[in-house]
Design a protein around this ligand. Structure first.
Ligand code: GLN
Length: 515
């Protein structure tokens, strides 16, 4: 039951062959059994149970014809990244600063899911304040990738790494690693991550699931604790492209609480099953043959391009000439917005407060030193440096100009007739934890954002779909990118690719007995 897609589970709830209460119990049991992966930071099991029992009653009234109405996600468990505010459920951003923060309101996209009957099974682990690409920098410890993770062996040896249970598991990717693991392991049927520079697509690729970043402004950011407001987009993680489309259609649309949310109405859509890519123009950006691109990713990318060509699509090489400046440009813009966003955490209004009585300045300083990890502190310092009057033009303004050039690259390619870009999502498969956290390798790993960050700068929609397994048995994702507001087209092409590849998702039996 747990390996079903969201679409499949909805149809089973509708015909009465599955009960929402039973579904919820199974998901909770799964979450408990694989706790070791450290992907949930706040369990919401009791509430989830309660609501799913209510949903089960509503479904049975529908199935027996006593009620005509049904709620799309009635009683279906979803996981939410811990940077989305959830009323009465602790929301920490995986930081000491917010370790006891219980929001008085719910983020719009989460609320819209709940309005359709969705139940929250738990809040998921992440890099502190979504800064990272590994889900390794969290006050709750790192998230573990279920692929190639010898869970049974760990169990067998008493769960201790020192005993040799698992010396070198792979990272889940980040910063939405917890949500990606929740989906890959069948713990829920849909999840939210956030995507500022790739934080939804990167872990989705590493964990072998679908990760969708919609056009900037299509999904409300209200209640998503900001990292870089001008780049942040709520991300959707699922086991199929259809599921991503279902969730997108349920939560997208204007929100008066988010000034950057797009006002023109969204036409709801369902993806067709019979898709043709004949005469579609697929662009392959030559700059994405970037240093560090692994052979297995390159191979998957080439095979996908051939697949489109064989199906009658026109596949040509295109150029996005400013790609190489993306990482450095993102670095400046991200830190500048971080410096401003993080100033609200001062120990006065909410969040952590240091035990200091000497002066207000001292209270601010100690609170922020204690509350943030060194990644966050480093970005605040760098951001304030870039924003100093004497540096502003040389850094912030210049980076804004480069950002414009990066966005123009995409505009030109799409105006030149390309329908969809096909690119890798990451340079390699998921690195091991020890490699990722070895001195300086973290920087190298962040270079993996090279294919995802430019997309946030341009605001365009993009999705990662699992393509194949590397020789070591780890998933490889490929990315489809479309013009602004062509979310439907991106999803449609991605679905066609998914149908051709028939990627076999994580074998749930491998983790534990699939009940
Ligand atoms: N890896 C990037 C960063 O550390 C992107 C993170 C994100 O998309 N939230 O900022």
């Amino acid at each position: 039951m747990l390996s079903l897609t969201l679409r499949e589970v909805i149809s089973k709830l509708k015909d009465g062959s599955v009960s929402a209460a039973e579904l919820c119990e199974k998901c909770i049991a799964r979450a408990k059994k694989i706790k070791e992966l450290n992907f949930i930071v706040t369990e919401n099991f009791d509430q989830c149970r309660k609501e799913s029992v209510q949903s089960a009653r509503l479904w049975s009234e529908y199935v027996t014809g006593r009620h005509q109405e049904w709620r799309k996600f009635g009683g279906i468990p979803f996981a939410i990244k811990d940077n989305f505010c959830t009323k009465d459920i602790r929301t920490t951003c995986a930081s000491k600063m917010l370790s006891n923060f219980v929001p008085p309101y719910t983020a719009t996209v989460v609320q819209r899911l709940q309005d359709e009957g969705a139940v929250i099974i738990g809040k998921t682990n992440m890099d502190e304040f979504a800064m990272g690409s590994g889900s390794t920098d969290s006050i709750f410890g790192p998230v573990r990738n279920p692929w190639n993770y010898n869970f049974c062996q760990l169990q067998h040896t008493g769960g201790s790494e020192e005993q040799g249970g698992s010396a070198d598991w792979h990272i889940a990717g980040g910063s939405s690693g917890g949500s990606a693991v929740a989906i890959a392991t069948g713990t829920c049927f849909g999840a939210f991550g956030s995507d500022t520079g790739g934080s939804t697509r990167n872990p989705a690729a590493y964990c072998g699931v679908v990760g969708f970043k919609a056009t900037y402004g299509r999904l409300s950011r209200h209640g998503l604790i900001p990292l870089v407001n001008s780049l942040d987009v709520p991300g959707i993680l699922t086991r199929s492209v259809d599921d991503a489309s279902l969730i997108f259609n349920a939560v997208a649309g204007h929100d008066v609480r988010d000034a950057t949310s797009v006002t023109d109405p969204l036409e709801k859509f369902t993806l067709p099953d019979d898709i043709s890519v004949k005469d579609l123009h697929i662009g392959i950006p030559k700059e994405y043959h970037a240093p560090g691109l692994s052979l297995c990713v390159l191979d998957a990318w080439r095979r996908a391009a051939d697949m489109f060509e064989n199906a009658g699509a026109k596949v040509t090489q295109v150029s996005l000439p400013h790609t190489q400046y993306s990482i450095i440009c993102y670095g400046v813009l991200c830190c500048a917005e971080v410096a401003s966003n993080m100033s609200r955490y001062d120990g006065i209004e909410y969040g952590h407060r240091a035990n200091v009585q000497d002066s207000t300045e001292e209270l601010y300083a100690v609170t922020r030193h204690e509350g943030f990890n060194n990644v966050v502190r480093g970005r605040i310092l760098a951001g304030n440096f870039f924003l100093l009057r004497r540096n502003y033009d040389d850094y912030f303004i210049k980076a804004q100009k480069v950002r414009r050039l990066i966005a123009e690259d995409f505009r030109k390619v799409f105006e030149g007739g390309v329908d969809i870009l096909l690119t890798p999502t990451t340079l390699t498969e998921a690195p091991t934890y020890s490699w990722f956290t070895k001195e300086d390798n973290r920087t190298r790993a962040e270079e993996q954002d090279v294919f995802t960050q430019p997309i946030n700068m341009a605001g365009v929609p993009a999705i990662t779909v699992p393509a194949s397994l590397s020789p070591s048995g780890l998933p490889i994702g490929l990315q489809f990118v479309g013009p602004n507001f062509h979310d439907r087209q991106v999803l449609t092409v991605a679905k066609w690719f998914e149908q051709q590849t028939n990627f076999k998702q994580l074998d749930l039996n491998y983790l534990i007995d699939n009940s």
